[in-house]
Design a protein around this ligand. Structure first.
Ligand SMILES: [Zn+2]
Length: 268
């Protein structure tokens, strides 16, 4: 097993110990290496930061995972390689105050968005959409694990890398730097962007049989009540309300996370 690569700079300063993590999923693109280099060039001895490359074995094989989704393995008993990795990472998470977990997508035209629970953090990222509810639903994700401890955590979905890799890399790097400003590790004022559209996701569909989507849905496709989302075996699965669809995919294994359904945040 390849252990997570962890770099910690602990100045013991009073500001927030911040983790920036990537490669929870090994098939997300390799420009993270460039970001790590750029961040390392900035490191000074006043930082209180940990950089984590999470799943290097999956990354070396260009696979999302080896046995199961590492981002569902935090705080649960050991049954797989990913659980052992999660135990290593939890030691860091337990010592830190906040986490920025950067992902990207292998899915065409997926937008950039954040997954978080604390509304005040949403404006730190130059994204169109901020999603709420997921970290409470996914308590065994890296950020769910932090939020359950009352800590600040953001999953940044940095978009699809194929269209413009340089632009994407810059976006993820800028996001990390702004977060380091917010946590006072970089002694400059953080930037606040226009408030992204807030969506709350509170419904997760798990299949009983083979689940097949009705079509290839883009993330955040807006649906009306009754619209067909897919087939679970012979059973039609339709939108129960007007709302937004996220992460809809085909799954043959029962009890998979087939899709999420959400709505506009009323408080927005
Ligand atoms: Zn990911």
């Amino acid at each position: 097993m390849i252990e997570p690569r962890v770099v910690t700079i602990d100045s013991k300063k009073p500001w927030k110990h911040t983790i920036i993590m990537w490669w929870i999923h090994g098939d997300e693109k390799s420009w993270f290496e460039v970001i790590e280099r750029l961040i390392k060039e900035l490191i000074v001895d006043t930082w209180k930061v940990t950089l984590i490359q999470a799943h290097l074995e999956a990354k070396d094989k260009n696979q999302r995972q080896i046995e199961e989704n590492l981002n569902r393995c935090f705080g649960v008993p050991w049954t797989s390689l990913e659980h052992i990795l999660a135990r290593h990472i939890e030691i860091c998470l337990d010592q830190a105050d906040c986490l920025l977990d950067i992902h990207n997508t292998v899915k065409n035209e997926s937008p950039r968005f954040t997954v978080l629970e604390e509304p005040k953090l949403a404006k730190l990222f130059n994204v169109d959409k901020a999603t709420f509810g997921l970290l409470n639903m996914y308590g065994n994700s890296s950020c769910g694990y932090m939020v359950a401890q009352g800590k600040e955590a953001i999953t940044l979905e940095a978009g699809w890398t194929e269209t413009n890799p340089v632009d994407n890399m810059k976006f993820a790097y800028d996001a990390a730097i702004n977060f380091l400003k917010y946590t006072k590790n970089i002694q400059q004022e953080e930037v606040y962007y226009e408030k992204p559209e807030a969506l709350t996701f509170d419904y997760l569909y798990r299949n009983s049989w083979v689940f097949t989507v009705a079509k290839a849905f883009r993330d955040f496709t807006e649906l009306k009540e009754g619209d067909l989302i897919g087939m679970d075996g012979d059973m039609e699965v339709r939108a129960q309300n007007d709302g937004y669809l996220l992460f809809a995919n085909n799954y043959s294994e029962p009890n998979s996370e087939c899709f999420l359904f959400g709505h506009k945040e009323k408080a927005n």
